[in-house]
Design a protein around this ligand. Sequence first.
Ligand SMILES: Cc1ncc(COP(=O)(O)O)c(C=O)c1O
Length: 393
Amino acid sequence: MTDHFSTQAVHAGEDKRKPYGALTTPIIKTSTYTFENTAEILDFMRHKAAGDQPVRNEYGRYSNPTQSVAERKIAILEGGERALLFASGMCAITTTMLALLSSGDHLVMVSDCYHRTREFALTFLSRWGIETTLVPVDEPAALTAAIRPATRLIFAETPTNPYLRVLDLSRTVEVARRHNIITMIDSTFATPINLRPLEYGVDLVIHSATKYLGGHNDLLAGVVIGSSEVVARIEKARGVLGGVSNPHDAYLLIRGLKTIDLRVHRQNENGQHVAQFLEGHPAVRRVYYPGLPSHPDHEIARQQMSGFGGVVSFEIEGDFEKTRRFIDRLRLPYIGPTLGGVESVIEQIAALFSLDPAERQQAGIKDNLVRYALGIENAEDLIADLDQALAGL
Ligand SMILES: Cc1ncc(COP(=O)(O)O)c(C=O)c1O
């Protein structure tokens, strides 16, 4: 019998009987693991050589029991065979790309994605002879045209940051399979509740677990989920590059995951209500939310996703100064650059991007663009707060 998602979120991956009869999974703080004698080492080494699943831990850079529980829970929630936890979302992305790509290989990346991911491909991978071609999210012909014999990986984010564009997963997987290319989807904005990329045949899903998976703005972590075979290759790279998570953050992640079903459903509702309110407000020029029929990818989002998420991006009718005044008038959200936690967080993207207007313009960051990452507060309160901040701008 397979449990529902919310039940799995509470129980999956955890032993019913834990050390000392504790109800919660313990934080195991140790850098290394000791052996009784040489016979135990040799037995461990024989299992390792046979490629058996590890029966015990060896050293903290390879595994940790608290981290393993978080990995098992996330693998089950995302519907994959195995998950690997990292020190941050960026660490999951960079380690995975380094594990799967070699000099001379080619990467195709959907251009509208987290700017550090793009930066890694364009300024780091390029130094080791790995070329990247950027393609628009909504042009399947451009994706096909970008494929070369050396293409090994297609990377995309969906929905994207900050315009919440939605990639057609079936089409992308179909192109990739035709050319025997691995697909990797950053599903951070979607969460395993709103989107199931593995069910579309995607090979690897990654999350910045710092966001919705952790859910409380109190940890940094990243995770990659996929088949045991591909994940084993990435695990080897993690052991060498060293970007493991830590047991305390793994504990917080396990705790955060228990409420993900409640949190994300509330955030979906808040996203839809706030987006609809903003779209009808004369002080707002444009709203970007895949749950609105006005969004360019609404149709594909409706088919592919079961909820549209808690992030709403919008443009204020006005310039940098007017947008800044609006942000500073808000009472409820924190001002900052993250998303996915229980507290609402808002950001005038241009303000944190660069002090130089020319640099912002070159990067396509509009001065009046706002990203509102909704928390789990009451939608009426969030809307009343927006209403008072927009009044008479
Ligand atoms: C979509 C997306 N992917 C990856 C990352 C990187 O995650 P982390 O901050 O955990 O390294 C972010 C961070 O903002 C993000 O928004």
